[in-house]
Write a protein that binds this ligand. Structure first.
Ligand code: GDP
Length: 611
């Protein structure tokens, strides 16, 4: 079946991704339409009552390759409509501000919500231990069955009331979120170890909390240690404007031991008292708004993010825009791994169903319809690219060579993409430290997610090099990169990337070895054979596969395994190579976890001549 369709497509000389579709052209004449950003070929076809295939053909004749799901830009919508004599008017989508909660709540709709608490303080003062102790000792009855999941935030119950804790200790996360405009925390707990006292990061944490206008509770920790006292800490902090209540001030100090659990209950009760004064409320009966706490690209599940609902309720099936990503809430689980249908204010939930990986600190909002969500995400994406473009326009290669000629400082713009944000940040930070005779690396984007066309476009306009870690561009992205002359470097070891970049910068960006992709095949079926392992039935979609060549296995854009091709068979016979358009069976040496839909990529290292 698959083979048949493939042949048919080839005969029709169409792009392999095009699907067959039902004709909609019923002769009805449409004179004018309105559309929003991100309208796809099939949506436009429905509006103008034409066949999607005709629109695709028309665009193809104009040199534009589209599928029915391709979003169209204004120019293409105009072109198509002009062809049919239809007037197209664009409805402006709401702009960047549109993820803010813009519904004014009636006081009678508001109900109490759980306070959201961040724990900060100097390294080794006991933040992680305190977070763990609180979590372990305050699991509600009936919740014992749940297996705790680290999703970046959790909720506990104290005296029948809920309290939400952000599970990333330290002020770095807090600051990063604040830098993105997110104000999530209602109360901050600053942990100070009794045996170490007020330290630099204690002061930093206090400054950050004060700057954000968040009330502070001081937890004097490690009180179980012999001779521990809180007096010195109190007097040091009183000098920083945190006068203890018992000395006539208004700062609450709680003595505790995160290790033994002593005083931890008192901290929780203090949180309830402080939050009561703050009168924290939200309206659960409206579409949700909130903030991303954590986000990553999961090998099996795709983009996964933890959202903290700040107002409204998030429901299963809701259409959401998160930063500049969009999707539907396909599955929602809490910090105990339990599936939820509804998440109310102050609840952290792990959500699956987004098209890309957002960034921690991004805002999110639920919308009535899928179409609204997509249009707003498209508009936000464009604004984001524009913004990045403006920021980077000062470092085009032209400028760079002018600077080189003038002997000024030079910069190499780089985009980093990785499977997890932590790695992307680590790579970005290592690359930024390179300094070759005053030439530096300038990171213009670093994010979790596979390498996308938007990355290539950004790289193209800013003359940047793309670095991919444990991620691979798919065939479309690679083509685009070739067209745009964008260099994509792929690595899985940070120091190797750094070495390569340093060498390239010294030798004016001339790498010695370059990896060439020989071909790609899609896994259509797998068979387990004892003694041999997993045999994958594949269709070579590009180039060719060569026996015993180097290969990697890619699943959802992520490299799962790098190794060597084992046997390669056409029907019963061993084959030396199999060309694009043919099916073949293959094995990967020492690797059996091959699944349907995986991509097997064969590659070789090719020497590049250095002048
Ligand atoms: P963080 O860097 O602030 O997250 O600190 P950790 O929670 O990792 O704690 C650092 C060290 O202090 C660990 O060895 C803990 O076991 C220890 N620790 C944490 N809280 C206490 C406490 O209340 N009493 C004692 N004696 N040790 C503690």
């Amino acid at each position: 079946m698959a083979k048949q369709t493939y042949k048919k497509r080839v005969n029709n000389n169409r792009k392999p991704n095009n699907r067959e579709f039902t004709p909609r052209d019923n002769g009805e004449k449409v004179e004018a339409i309105t559309y929003t950003d991100g309208i796809t070929v099939s949506e436009l076809a429905a509006k103008i009552k034409k066949n999607s295939s005709d629109i695709i053909k028309l665009l193809f004749m104009l040199g534009k390759m589209m599928t029915i799901n391709s979003p169209l830009d204004d120019e293409n919508v105009e072109l198509v409509c002009m062809e049919y004599g239809i007037t197209a008017t664009k409805e402006e989508a709401r702009d960047d501000e549109s993820l803010a909660d813009d519904v004014v709540d009636n006081p009678e709709d508001l109900v109490e919500r759980a306070p959201i608490v961040t724990i900060m303080g100097h390294v080794d003062h006991g933040k992680t231990t305190l977070l763990d102790t609180i979590r372990k000792t305050n699991v509600t009855a009936g919740e014992f069955g749940g297996i705790t999941q680290h999703i970046g935030a959790y909720q506990v119950e104290v005296d029948g009331k809920r309290v939400t804790f952000l599970d990333t200790p330290g002020h770095e996360a807090f600051t990063a979120m604040r830098a993105r405009g997110a104000s999530v925390t209602d109360i901050s707990i600053i942990v100070v170890a009794a045996d170490d006292g007020v330290m630099p990061q204690t002061r930093e944490a206090i400054d950050h909390s004060k700057a954000a206008g968040v009330p502070i509770i001081i937890a004097v920790n490690k009180m179980d240690k012999p001779g521990a006292t809180s007096d010195k800490i109190k007097s040091d902090l009183a000098a920083l404007d945190l006068m203890p209540e018992e000395w006539g001030g208004d700062t609450i100090y709680c003595e505790c031991s995160a290790k033994t659990g002593m005083g931890v209950e008192n901290i929780l009760e203090t949180i309830l008292v402080v939050s009561e004064v703050r009168d924290l409320k939200a309206n659960p009966n409206k579409l949700a708004t909130g903030t991303v706490v954590e986000a990553k690209l999961d090998k099996g599940r795709g983009p996964v993010c933890t959202l903290l609902v700040q107002n409204g309720s998030l429901k299963h099936g809701d259409s959401i825009v998160v930063g500049s990503c969009y999707g539907k809430v396909r599955r929602m689980t809490n910090d105990k791994g339990e599936e939820l249908k509804v998440a109310s204010p102050s609840m952290p939930v792990e959500v699956i169903g987004l098209n890309e990986v957002p960034v921690a600190g991004d805002n999110f909002k639920a919308f009535e319809s899928d179409k609204d969500a997509r249009a707003i995400a498209a508009a936000r994406n464009r604004t984001k690219i524009e913004k990045e473009r403006r920021q980077t326009s000062a470092m085009s290669l032209d400028d760079l060579s002018a600077q080189i000629a003038a002997g000024d400082i030079q910069e190499v713009p780089v985009i980093v993409k990785s499977d997890v944000q932590g790695t992307a940040e680590a790579v970005a930070s290592s690359l930024s430290k390179i300094d070759v005779d005053g030439v530096k690396v300038n990171i213009i984007r670093s994010a979790a997610g596979s390498i996308s066309e938007s990355d290539v476009i950004l790289a193209s306009v800013s003359h940047a090099v793309i670095y991919g870690f444990n991620v691979r561009p798919d065939a479309n992205v690679r083509k685009k990169a070739q067209e745009e002359n964008v260099e994509i470097r792929l690595h899985n070891i940070i120091y190797k990337a750094v070495e390569e970049m340093e060498a390239a910068m010294k030798g004016m960006l001339a790498p010695v070895y370059e990896e060439v992709v020989i071909g790609q095949a899609e896994v259509r079926k797998t068979y387990k054979v004892s003694k041999i392992g997993t045999i994958a039935g594949t269709m070579v979609t590009e180039g060719k596969l060569v026996r015993e060549s180097k290969c990697r296995l890619i699943r959802d854009g992520i490299v799962i395994y790098t190794g060597k091709l084992g046997s390669l068979k056409r029907f019963e016979n061993d084959a030396k190579e199999v060309l694009s358009g043919y099916e073949c069976g293959l094995t990967i040496e020492n690797f059996n976890d091959i699944k349907e839909g995986d991509i097997v990529e064969a590659y070789a290292d090719q020497e590049v001549k250095v002048d």
